[in-house]
Design a protein. Structure first.
Length: 368
């Protein structure tokens, strides 16, 4: 497959409500969309999940643009005819840049599967046609506001609630939600906000029968997570620490985690994600698919991944309306707590060009 043109487009989508985590507050979502066009006129789409600033990850949108423009796309152009399965090997000389690499690989894979008439879900190995929906709830202005927001999601039918936490916003908010919803699957996400010295505080969360605690410590502190896992009855799940199959293998071997959050952008793409899934499935390690406030383009691909057999926990694949008043694709809607996996060829969705153009801040094209 020969790519004639790469289009790199920055768009801005306002969020329906501010989304606060331990490291930032987002009121809109800046998104980098990738469009590739093959010599046969087939178009592939993807989105880069990097944020505007390097707060969740070292990668950020302007940096990803520069990396793609100066290094990654020229390397793919030099390769000539290329298959998505070979993108990782062609880009291996360039260190890091998982999110940028993942976006390019996914766009090529979308085009490749469209040419073959195969859906993303079929190609990845999905065995489900719908997946259960979880929802991620940001840090609220007050416990009362948190209760109102969580109640709305429970009433909407979400299967699992995830609460963002940070020092000073942990035990009491979780206690209140657990009191109100004693049987609701509930988990917490710290986004690296704590340190090893907080183990006694974090252990207090054990009383709330949580599914897991996600990334409590710094992403590089694998030993600290292993030590914490020994004193907590709540399972420790890693997110930011998991950047590849080998990092997942190391964390599991060191007993730093017993559950893996697989984020395709974080690990370099959906093909690496499948490798992590397969490794965990063979060892009965639960996995789930995390979210990065994706538009319908990224959400469609995530749904296909979450439909694989090893994804036994509800992920962050919420309805489009959770974050956006209007999405750039036909919105994904939740029915009885589930969202259908796209069945069309490729990722199964295409953007609304007119709306996408109206929220575009910049576009650049790179030809081969």
């Amino acid at each position: 497959m020969k790519i004639l043109e790469y289009e790199l487009r920055r768009i801005y989508l306002p969020l329906v409500r501010p989304f606060r985590t331990s490291f930032t507050t987002q009121t809109d979502r800046e998104v980098l969309l990738i469009k590739v066009t093959t010599e046969d006129g087939i178009v592939g789409w993807s989105e880069c999940v990097a944020m505007s600033a390097p707060l969740y990850s070292p990668e950020y949108i302007s940096g990803c643009l520069e990396t793609m423009r100066e290094f990654l796309i020229p390397a793919l152009n030099k390769a000539g005819d290329i298959q998505a399965e070979n993108v990782a090997s062609h880009l291996k000389p360039f260190l890091g840049a998982q999110m940028a690499k993942a976006a390019l690989e996914t766009a090529l894979l979308d085009a490749q599967l469209k040419a073959s008439g195969i859906s993303f879900a079929t190609y990845l190995g999905a065995n489900k046609t719908k997946v259960p929906c979880g929802v991620s709830v940001g840090i609220a202005p007050s416990i009362e506001a948190l209760v109102d927001e969580v109640t709305s999601y429970v009433e909407a039918g979400y299967k699992r609630i995830k609460l963002k936490i940070e020092p000073g916003w942990d035990v009491e908010p979780v206690r209140r939600i657990r009191e109100l919803f004693p049987d609701k699957p509930l988990q917490v996400d710290a986004n690296q906000a704590y340190s090893r010295s907080d183990s006694k505080l974090l252990k207090r969360l054990d009383e709330f029968d949580l599914l897991l605690i996600e990334q409590p410590l710094d992403e590089h502190d694998i030993l600290g997570h292993a030590q914490l896992a020994k004193v907590m009855s709540t399972p420790v799940c890693l997110d930011e620490s998991i950047i590849s199959l080998s990092s997942a293998q190391d964390a599991l071997e060191l007993e730093a985690t017993s559950i893996i959050n697989i984020k395709p952008g974080r690990v370099g793409g959906y093909l690496e994600s499948v490798k992590i899934h397969d490794y965990c499935l063979a060892r009965s390690i639960p996995v789930w698919c995390g979210g990065m406030l994706e538009t319908g383009i990224g959400r469609a691909a995530n749904l296909a991944l979450a439909a694989l057999p090893g994804f036994t926990l509800p992920g962050d694949t919420s309805a489009s309306s959770r974050f956006f008043k209007q999405d750039i694709t036909t919105p994904f809607e939740m029915v009885d707590g589930y969202i259908e996996v796209p069945g069309g060829i490729g990722i199964g969705v295409v953007p609304d060009i007119e709306f996408m153009e109206s929220i575009t801040r910049s576009v650049e094209t790179i030809t081969n």
